[in-house]
Design a protein around this ligand. Structure first.
Ligand code: RP5
Length: 267
């Protein structure tokens, strides 16, 4: 990004140790949408499926909206069938590698226990794929990030969304940017900075978010477009790129933005 070398705070952010984010799986076991039942407690040392946790007895929860959109009974639905096909073993495509199955052939969250089974608000068993545009600009020597305010959690978030069937990820990012923030930017020209698990509060033991994140630093002309929040957002706005703002983004979006600005670092 231009002008970044002039800001000490920005340089510090670029140096931020990525270790604190690696394998993040905190919100997936401590946060939840209001309609979810309480999560069963999962202490740090009991997160891994490799560690015995005989007392582990999480509730099973699938939201009504997911059941109503079961594609096997609703032709316009977007969710998998509640009954896994014939309870057969299945391979799941995931950025996280091979996905293990439980005794009922349900896919197991690759980052470990979450304190809830079922799919919650997520339509797919296993990975639910999204794409996230990371849009930055420099204005008056200050670096800014484009965010939306999510309707569900009211948090600042990247203007990303779910990948439609057979849609190219960068196209999802372009489409979501237009739908959620009202601007036109061709994300096929952006740099891919992350592919993997998202520590999303909707995640469960059997369904979770994964994303591809793309970064573009806009030219002044591109950055002049008027923002307009779409249906899924309460607002779309530019925020300063500083530690406080970045550390309070939805899910693990902070990690994605740190990766983007670190990738821009010029030594
Ligand atoms: C996050 O949820 C992804 O990173 C993406 O930003 C978002 C997609 O879900 P919706 O915004 O469509 O609910 O995990």
């Amino acid at each position: 990004m231009p002008n970044k070398s002039e800001s000490t705070e920005y340089n510090n952010l670029q140096e931020t140790n990525q270790e604190r984010f690696s394998n993040s799986h905190i919100k997936s076991r401590t946060e939840k949408p209001p309609i979810y039942p309480e999560r069963f407690s999962v202490p740090d040392e009991k997160v891994s499926w490799d560690i015995e946790y005989p007392a582990y007895d999480p509730e099973y929860f699938v939201a009504d909206v997911v059941l109503q959109n079961d594609r096997s009974i609703n032709s316009s639905g977007w969710a998998d069938s509640e009954n896994l096909p014939d309870q057969e073993k299945r391979d799941y495509d995931s950025y996280e590698g091979k996905i293990e199955l439980d005794s009922k052939n349900r896919p197991l969250n690759p980052r470990g226990r979450t304190g809830l089974t079922g799919r919650g608000l997520l339509g797919k068993w296993g990975p639910n794929f999204a794409a996230d545009p990371i849009i930055t600009r420099t204005i008056n020597d200050k670096n800014e990030l484009l965010v939306i305010v999510r309707k569900d959690t009211k948090e600042y978030a990247l203007p990303g969304g779910m990948v439609d069937k057979d849609e190219k990820m960068s196209l999802t990012a372009t489409r979501e940017l237009k739908e959620e923030a009202g601007i036109d930017v061709d994300m096929s020209l952006a740099k891919e900075v992350y592919k993997g698990y998202v520590d999303d509060p909707r995640n469960t033991d059997n369904a979770w978010m994964e994303t591809s994140a793309y970064h573009i630093h806009l030219t002044n002309e591109q950055a002049n477009q008027t923002l307009r929040a779409g249906d899924d957002a309460r607002d779309a706005l530019w925020i300063d790129i500083n530690e406080e703002n970045l550390n309070n983004l939805y899910a693990s979006h902070s990690e994605l933005v740190y990766k983007a600005i670190k990738a821009e670092k010029i030594d």
